[in-house]
Design a protein around this ligand. Structure first.
Ligand code: SAM
Length: 233
């Protein structure tokens, strides 16, 4: 019996030593790994990737060069659907090409038109079932003319539509650029809009670096919830 107890004590000590070693090597590894805080664009994608399942329907409200459209098409898988909007024909064409190159065009419906018309453009059977809507505001990166850009009035109309179209548990991400021409007004309008959404409908968050030389891009996030899930504060 004594021998068994001694063996068990020995095993316990070995386990503790192993656990201590594993803990030490984890801390050691952490110390060697630089802390990686995501950029606003990376965080937007992380949040969307967590919310979206294969087969979902999602919206890219500002298609631009198609990077987010491609990302969304990968998230929803072959049985899902992406609806994309942009007012510039060049953006739609570039995105169509990007999707064809990856054989993802079939699951994406691109609309050459403003996102403020999103409600009219989406078929009735997907309304209220949208899992994510991504906005990346401002102007088309790389475009020679920076005159075509998102504007507060149409952006707010689109955000209103997006919140109506979301399923409970769905998310809206909006990257705003306060340093751009006209961007500060738009960023403030989006903040104000998000901050004043009813708390029994959604939770609103913002994420931004603070100690920057110029006003940095920031991310506004909305998560739609069913009314009864929210505590009244
Ligand atoms: C910052 S870019 C988007 C970048 C894009 N998400 C990407 O991954 O490449 C903003 C885009 O919004 C578009 N835009 C401007 N007003 C719009 C509107 N009312 N509806 C939809 N898109 C609009 C611009 O043409 C531009 O292509």
């Amino acid at each position: 019996m004594k021998v068994v107890r001694k063996a068990v004590r020995g095993l316990g000590a070995r386990r503790t030593r192993r656990a201590n070693f594993q803990c030490f090597s984890f801390v050691h590894q952490m110390a060697d790994t630089p802390v990686s805080v995501p950029s606003v664009l990376e965080l937007a994608r992380t949040i969307v990737a967590q919310a979206v399942r294969q087969g979902d329907t999602v919206v890219d409200a500002t298609v631009g060069n198609g990077h987010d459209t491609l990302f969304l098409a990968e998230c929803v898988g072959p049985s899902g659907q992406v609806y994309g909007f942009d007012v510039q024909e060049a953006a739609i064409a570039a995105t169509q090409l990007r999707l064809r190159e990856r054989a993802l065009a079939e699951r994406v419906h691109l609309h050459h038109g403003g996102h403020e018309r999103m409600r009219d453009a989406l078929p009735p059977d997907v309304q209220g079932r949208i899992r994510a809507v991504m906005f990346n505001l401002g102007y088309l990166p790389g475009a020679p003319e920076k005159t075509v850009m998102t504007r507060p009035e149409t952006t707010l109309a689109a955000l209103d539509a997006a919140l109506d179209l979301l399923t409970p548990g769905g998310v809206i991400t909006a990257v705003v650029y306060p340093a751009h021409e006209g961007g500060r007004e738009e960023a403030e309008a989006v903040d104000q809009w998000a901050a004043t959404r009813p708390r029994d409908r959604c939770r609103a968050y913002t994420y931004a670096p603070l100690n920057t030389l110029r006003p940095a891009p920031r991310l506004v996030i909305l998560e739609k919830v069913a009314g009864h899930q929210l505590p009244v504060r």
